[in-house]
Write a protein that binds this ligand. Structure first.
Ligand SMILES: [Fe+2]
Ligand SMILES: [Fe+2]
Length: 450
């Protein structure tokens, strides 16, 4: 078993990081108040997984001392530097920019060791678990008491009951919390599963309705999508996550079927732009829409293929846990980013990993897993391809790639504050992909905006 060394003279901060790491990782964590002390201990330790050190401690140039020692002894150990380092760091050293938030430091360390992230609510010893406020917004009656947490600097956090079991959930109260940036409310640990089951049931019920407006469908599908991704990452595919995934895919399909002409297409696009927050959701729904448009306008397409591409849209970035990762579209963008090494690996391998994870979904249509693997143009699902080899990738995968490229170009243009004109976007796409096969796919996409 490897060990973790924390070099920090702030005892409270170091202790917090130590308990965060050891609550998840089976590692011995040692705290030293200086690099000089730490080196004395390191000499007797055979395997060190990670060192987390301040750049300097009082007058000691801690990083420099440590680095000199490690180089002299030829010990290559991952080294996290807290604080700004004003020199070029060796390849095994990383600077943590968010070092003031110890939770971010803990998560960066756990990621480096390939472990699941530290979840504050899971480790809380006070018996409460968090629940995202936006999921509560869809429940009518509270199945248990719901609390707000008051963070206290010196004493234990305080939990104040805001909704009683059996009460009708006050939407205005929830909206007020959301607009005040309160992301989580809390329930007693024993009631957490009850509330989760209640959210599952409520989402599935609303999504299955045929009569809800497009606006409401978009909002509920977005929230259930976020909830479902959280649950899949925690429990993989079980009965509940499989059922909800099916309901979301069906709801995406229903929203696209509701869109029968150019006017309705624009209405759905506007709802997705204005009423949804998550990039991953927005782009999943738009890719589904544009893929369906291409297939509907092509000579060879059928409904079964539309369902396949909606499944691809749902699963293709499944292992990318945050919007910022899903925004990366090329190796060049990835190299220019400030992501940490393990985050870069996550992004590079996501097509392959998402395809593997989707393969566990029991209702996956034939061929979907392969399209997920190829969705950045690489056959093995690792990395991004700058050019598309149309002979090596299936036609359906090409449709998906073009629908995603069009979606991302569109959303990036919007984000930069530029006015979006579809004919210009189409023209740009044409120049990007001059091959005949792709031009035919773009012809089909263009028909939706005529
Ligand atoms: Fe994507
Ligand atoms: Fe992707």
């Amino acid at each position: 078993m490897g060990q973790v060394i924390i070099i920090n003279d702030d005892k409270k901060y170091a202790q917090f990081i130590k308990s965060g790491i050891s609550s998840v990782a089976q590692k011995e964590v040692i705290i030293s108040a200086s690099a000089t002390d730490a080196i004395e201990q390191i000499k007797n330790i055979e395997q060190i997984d990670l060192i987390i050190s301040k750049y300097s401690i009082k007058k000691e140039p801690s990083f420099k001392i440590l680095n000199r020692y490690l180089l002299k002894e030829s010990r290559i150990v991952n080294l996290f530097i807290l604080e700004h380092a004003d020199i070029e760091l060796p390849s095994y050293a990383y600077q943590i920019s968010d070092f003031k938030d110890p939770k971010k430091v803990i998560n960066a360390c756990l990621r480096e060791m390939g472990l699941k992230l530290y979840d504050e609510s899971k480790n809380s010893k006070d018996g409460f678990k968090k629940i995202n406020v936006k999921f509560l917004n869809h429940i009518k009656i509270a199945p248990c008491d719901i609390f707000i947490r008051i963070l206290k600097a010196k004493t234990k956090d305080q939990y104040i009951k805001r909704v009683h079991k059996g009460d009708i959930i006050d939407r205005q109260l929830i909206d007020r919390y959301s607009s005040n940036n309160i992301q989580y409310l809390f329930v007693g640990s024993k009631n957490h599963q009850l509330l989760i089951r209640c959210i599952y049931a409520q989402f599935s019920m609303i999504l299955s309705r045929n009569t809800i407006s497009l606006e409401r469908r978009v909002k509920v599908t977005e929230d259930s999508y976020s909830f479902c991704l959280e649950q899949i990452s925690e429990h993989n595919f079980n009965l509940a996550t499989v059922n909800l995934t099916n309901s979301i895919i069906n709801s995406l399909k229903k929203s696209i079927i509701q869109v029968s002409n150019k006017k309705k297409t624009i209405e759905l696009i506007k709802l997705l732009i204005n009423d949804t927050d998550s990039f991953r959701y927005k782009h999943t729904h738009m890719i589904s829409l544009f893929s369906a448009s291409i297939i509907n306008n092509s000579k060879w397409g059928n409904r079964e293929q539309i369902l396949k591409l909606i499944q691809v849209a749902f699963f293709h970035d499944l292992t990318l846990t945050e919007d910022k990762y899903a925004l990366i579209e090329s190796e060049e963008e990835l190299n220019l980013s400030n992501f940490h090494n393990d985050e870069k690996q996550l992004i590079l391998n996501h097509a392959h990993e998402s395809s593997k994870l989707a393969g566990k979904f029991p209702n996956l249509s034939t061929g979907v897993s392969l399209i997920i693997k190829q969705h950045h143009g690489k056959q093995n699902g690792i990395g991004f391809s700058d050019s598309l080899n149309v002979n090596m990738i299936s036609k359906l995968a090409l449709v998906f790639i073009i629908a995603e490229k069009f979606t991302c170009n569109f959303l990036k243009k919007l984000e930069s504050g530029n006015k979006v004109k579809f004919p210009i976007l189409i023209q740009e796409l044409r120049s990007e992909y001059p091959t005949r096969t792709i031009q035919v796919i773009i012809d089909s996409l263009m028909k939706s905006f005529k």
